[in-house]
Design a protein. Structure first.
Length: 200
């Protein structure tokens, strides 16, 4: 049975699934159907909210070494073959995962210690959108060997007014043990570039 994580909670993936090597990280969201509020005082006339999931690969100092260590819709695979983004969803429509990332823990290079899973609103300034317009956001991890869901973290949108990006979760290596942390921290940045800059 999957663990429902709370904000700030950490679990050991190695202990939850001994021998775990490959995981699928699914991210999902819906667009809130209401008027008023939001960072710009009123919701955009654009009904669709295009959220982009990305993975930022950090070294042991919590820094990003080069642009190739950012996996997103414009760079779907890490050069090591350890991380593969399965493609962009422009609307968040439908049930289940909106975007998925496959991670082969056994192939992650030694100079990468942490994977930061982020979501940002594409074109947020022009569309006048923030995370108060997003509901039912979640991140979940699945063991691809048996398709068993290991952990899930559901985010509430009420505390994210003015936020245009989100650090949803981290997977990191501590003492040769892979762990997951539920983060759920909103950030007020413009696009993925703004998120990446915070780790430069």
């Amino acid at each position: 049975m999957a663990i429902n994580l709370q904000k700030g909670q950490r679990i050991s993936l190695s202990k939850e699934a001994p021998g775990l090597t490959k995981i699928m990280c699914g991210l999902g969201w819906d667009v809130a159907k209401r008027a008023g509020g939001g960072i710009f005082g009123a919701f955009s006339k654009t009904n669709d909210c295009d959220l982009d999931a990305s993975v930022i690969c950090l070294d042991s100092n919590g820094k990003i070494r080069d642009a190739a260590n950012v996996i997103y819709f414009g760079n779907l695979s890490h050069k090591s073959g350890a991380i593969t983004h399965l493609g962009d969803n422009l609307t968040g429509a439908g049930d289940g995962d909106d975007e998925q990332v496959i991670v082969d823990l056994s192939r992650i290079p030694n100079d990468i210690s942490k994977l930061v899973f982020t979501v940002n609103i594409y074109d947020c300034i022009e569309r006048k959108q923030d995370f108060t317009q997003v509901k039912n956001a979640f991140v979940r991890l699945v063991n691809t060997a048996n398709n068993k869901e290991l952990a899930k973290y559901n985010l509430s949108g009420s505390e994210y007014q003015g936020m245009t990006g989100m650090v949803m979760a981290e997977i990191y290596n501590h003492n040769n043990e892979w762990k997951m942390a539920a983060v759920g921290s909103g950030v007020n940045v413009v696009g993925l570039e703004g998120l990446v800059q915070s780790y430069a």
